[in-house]
Design a protein around this ligand. Structure first.
Ligand code: ZN
Length: 168
């Protein structure tokens, strides 16, 4: 299922999945058969659908970039507040762990088997949203980089995206 912009809507099952629409006589195609040529055409059409999907991914990437640049404005303007956010991280640490669990793998460098102080939940927006997409599971090293500056921040985010360990 796609929305008006042609983007996939999460959680929606393909329109035909599990449904018996257009079955038997209800199907206008009932009693007819696809010729080899038609089948080939359908296959070609399916191939052509791919770029639309890639385009979708790309726009998702752009979305991150927009959100990062917005955040950087905020960070640049008010450095004190930025420190406050960091302090807030520890306060909210508890519920994040309870809510999102404690995976042992870093989403950015894919290092595994990390526990306790070696792996953290890093917040992306600084708003500690109750959305999985607002959080990254990062090893201490990647988290330090993530907090260093917006260039590193973007690099880590893109790494997570490329590794397909995070959805935005
Ligand atoms: Zn890492």
């Amino acid at each position: 299922m796609r929305n008006k912009k042609g983007q996939f809507i999460k959680g929606n099952i393909t329109w035909c999945k599990g449904k018996k629409v257009f079955v038997g006589e209800n199907n206008p195609f009932y009693g007819k058969k696809h010729s080899e040529e038609t089948k080939k055409k359908i296959r070609e059409k399916r191939k052509l659908q791919k770029p639309t999907f890639f385009g979708h991914k790309h726009s998702e990437k752009s979305k991150i970039k927009i959100s990062i640049s917005r955040k950087n404005k905020y960070v640049g303007k008010n450095n004190k507040k930025w420190k406050g956010e960091k302090a807030g991280y520890h306060a909210k640490h508890g519920w994040v762990n309870r809510w999102l669990g404690r995976p042992e793998k870093c989403m950015a460098c894919e290092k595994d088997g990390l526990i306790k102080q070696k792996i953290h939940w890093a917040n992306i927006s600084g708003e500690y949203k109750r959305e999985i997409t607002d959080w990254l599971r990062l090893c201490a090293k990647c988290h330090a980089l993530f907090d260093r500056n917006f260039i590193e921040r973007e690099r880590i985010l893109l790494k997570c995206l490329i590794n397909k360990n995070h959805e935005f």
